[in-house]
Design a protein around this ligand. Sequence first.
Ligand code: NAP
Length: 278
Amino acid sequence: MYLMDGKETAKKVRAEVKEEVKLLQHKPHLLVIWVGNDLASQTYVQSKEKACNSVGIEATTLHLSEDTSQRELIQTIQEANENPHIHAILVQMPLPNHLDEKEIINAIDPRKDVDGLHPVNQGKLMLQMPGIIPATPKGIMRLIDNYCIDLTGKKVIVIGRSMLVGKPLSILMLQRSATVTMAHSKTKNLHELTKDMDVIVSAVGKPKLITADMVKEGAIVIDVGINRVLGTIVGDVDYLSVANKTSRITPVPGGVGPMTIACLLENVVECYKLLKND
Ligand code: NAP
């Protein structure tokens, strides 16, 4: 078993971003909009801000109260769209229940949509046109490339079908000529399906979802899940039992997480460049 070290790979990506930022005329500026008081969101927002600062990107967090209305939030986004000093906008999810996430994402200028969730960016991904790709799937592909893994003809299962991770990742892997199966909460016989796979990606959020009996000898396992268990962070994979069966595996923490942050930084720079090219 060999680790796919996201921490080390992310360091390289971050160093590249830092160099690129130095060459830009202005500092790219990310606006993070955080609505409500979700504690996990607070941690994510702070780590994004810190990561931006470490590579010379300016980051501002706008913290709005839990009872912010749909109209107020959209107006805030529209102001940020029009503000020439803001190059990238991230609305921290999840939003409070009374807000309509799809409508909120739709309000973001696609060129500033750093999470790549706007229909324009999701459509471009589908059509293999240049656009903003969500940071987690992008980071996973970077990790795969860093370890020179050829996906051509490989049987891949992506478990989880969110717009942020599972769906875009499936498309990206399909574009690399993998044979992709998508699984979700209604999938029958997940245990049987995974046994036949060369690559298993779990993006669900359930500890110990993937156990050793589900994994073929020599498979590659990519664990996207982040779960808090007894004060520690674990993935979806029962790492201790699964790792020995794999040829490559991502740890949690230190696997996909750091790659997500590194590719988010890359996306901020991409947004900046998209705007400056206009
Ligand atoms: P999400 O929107 O909640 O999606 C979860 C997906 O898992 C859904 O498609 C759901 O199916 C599926 N699912 C739920 N239970 C299942 C089961 N028993 N068997 C198979 N599939 C099941 O979550 P997300 O935003 O994609 O995130 C997924 C996980 O990745 C979370 O733990 C999140 O914290 C983590 N994450 C990590 C990073 C990172 O950087 N490491 C980044 C983003 C997310 P349905 O569609 O049928 O409901």
